[in-house]
Design a protein around this ligand. Structure first.
Ligand SMILES: Nc1ncnc2c1ncn2[C@@H]1O[C@H](COP(=O)(O)OP(=O)(O)OP(=O)(O)O)[C@@H](O)[C@H]1O
Ligand SMILES: [Mg+2]
Length: 400
């Protein structure tokens, strides 16, 4: 069919043609934003989910909603390895400018600019000049200890927003990549802002292990944020995600075709977009049949293997690859860490380091102690195609 009008949007952070099945979270967040604008106490949100479930597009949608509602916003994607001050400072500088820093005689806005200047110099961040805020703010965000300085800075910016009858929206993607110091500092900052009832709406997004990481960093974090779980779509939403965008272009999916796509994709949004996209291109007529899906599927899998799965696989050492291959052998459900080691022919202790490396790389996660699961849906099937044989691990002996 006509590729020019193909509505599907497979990719990372690409707005889908129909953001299906997320109405509850959107509504919940919209209410929370109104509460913040009304000066009422409100929890932040941490959107948790596996790779490709649609956390980024949801975060972006909430960001747009916040801007429409008049929030002044800062949006950051945490990189692997952590550099939160470097990314956050320019965004907050932008916020202060949008609060009319130049016109401002407002004491709090000028003070926030001084606090930001201290922060920038304490963490050697490169941002443009901060022209306002000549009043010194000694002892504020100048210790070089992020757990003290980030709260100082966030409080100062929120106080400035409040002085202008405005509110700050802070959006942070890939939260699991923050270092433990950064995560702890962020939680302390949100906590202190909440205690002062300052106007902040925080939304974070990350892999599911975030909840435990946040809890380990500060035990009160579970009361500071709501943790909506962003999972695969329910079948009804999955149907909408396929049928609605097609219908707008005068194209219809047969029910059986939709069922087949939902079966192979397990209702994961990214895979739904990939299948929708390829099946559309493959189908000869404006009514898409189950047979069209069956015909297109091998090509979609080849495409995913060569791209989506492959880039993740190539970032791993051979031992890390073997570990994931052993997981694939045992099945998709969360696995006992000891069983994975046994499949590799070793004790759990011999592969504890490799497991931790895979967690740090965001490839696996642990719902509870002693369990391990893939963060990338359908990755186990890929591992079996990529490495048909399961190899045992033979740890090198010391001194050999
Ligand atoms: N609710 C939805 N309905 C239909 N398609 C969706 C939905 N949410 C996301 N998608 C599609 O899924 C794909 C992945 O979305 P996104 O990049 O937001 O996922 P993610 O959870 O941020 O993944 P990652 O953990 O890898 O960053 C995109 O192609 C997007 O268009
Ligand atoms: Mg994302």
């Amino acid at each position: 069919m006509n590729r020019r009008t193909n509505p599907f949007a497979p990719g990372a952070g690409l707005q889908p043609p129909d953001l299906a099945g997320r109405e509850k979270v959107l509504e919940h967040a919209a209410i929370d934003m109104d509460r913040v604008l009304d000066g009422r106490p409100t929890k932040g949100m941490m959107l948790l989910g596996l790779r490709g479930v649609g956390k980024t597009v949801l975060l972006n949608r909430l960001h747009s909603t916040a801007e429409e509602k008049g929030f002044h916003t800062a949006k950051v994607e945490a990189p692997e390895g952590g550099m939160l001050p470097q990314l956050l400072a320019p965004e907050l500088r932008q916020v202060l400018y949008s609060l009319d820093i130049r016109l401002g005689t407002g004491h709090k806005v000028r003070r926030a600019a001084s606090v930001l200047r201290n922060f920038v110099s304490a963490f050697k961040v490169k941002v443009g000049d901060i022209e306002i805020g000549i009043d010194p703010a000694r002892g504020q965000a100048d210790s070089g200890n992020l757990e003290q300085d980030l709260p100082d800075l966030l409080i100062a910016v929120c106080e400035a927003a409040k002085e202008r009858n405005a509110a700050l929206g802070l959006f942070l993607d890939e939260v699991q990549y923050l270092s433990s110091e950064e995560l702890a500092s962020l939680i302390v900052a949100c906590h202190q802002v909440a205690q002062r009832n300052l106007p902040l709406f925080f939304v974070g997004a990350g892999l599911p292990q975030m909840a435990a990481l946040a809890g380990n960093a500060k035990s009160y974090s579970e009361r500071l944020f709501d943790y909506p779980v962003i999972g695969p779509l329910d079948p009804e939403a999955g149907r909408e995600a396929l049928a609605n965008p097609a219908k707008k272009e005068g194209v219809y999916f047969d029910d059986d075709a939709i069922e087949e796509i939902l079966r192979v994709t397990e209702c994961y949004p990214y895979f739904i977009q990939e299948w929708g996209f390829h099946v559309w291109n493959h189908a000869p007529s404006t009514t898409i049949l189950r047979q069209d899906v069956l015909d297109a599927t091998p090509g979609v899998i080849t495409h995913l293997d060569a791209n989506f799965f492959r880039v993740r696989f190539d970032r791993l050492t051979h031992l890390q690859q073997k570990y994931l291959r052993a997981m694939a052998e045992l099945g998709p459900a969360p696995l006992l860490t000891g069983d994975i080691a046994a499949a590799l022919g070793v004790e759990a202790g011999s592969v504890a380091t490799v497991r931790q490396q895979l967690i740090n790389k965001g490839m696996v996660w642990s719902r509870r102690h002693g369990e391990t699961a893939f963060t990338v849906p359908l990755f186990g099937d890929f591992m079996k195609r990529q490495m048909p044989e399961l190899e045992k691990h033979e740890p090198k002996r010391r001194g050999s």
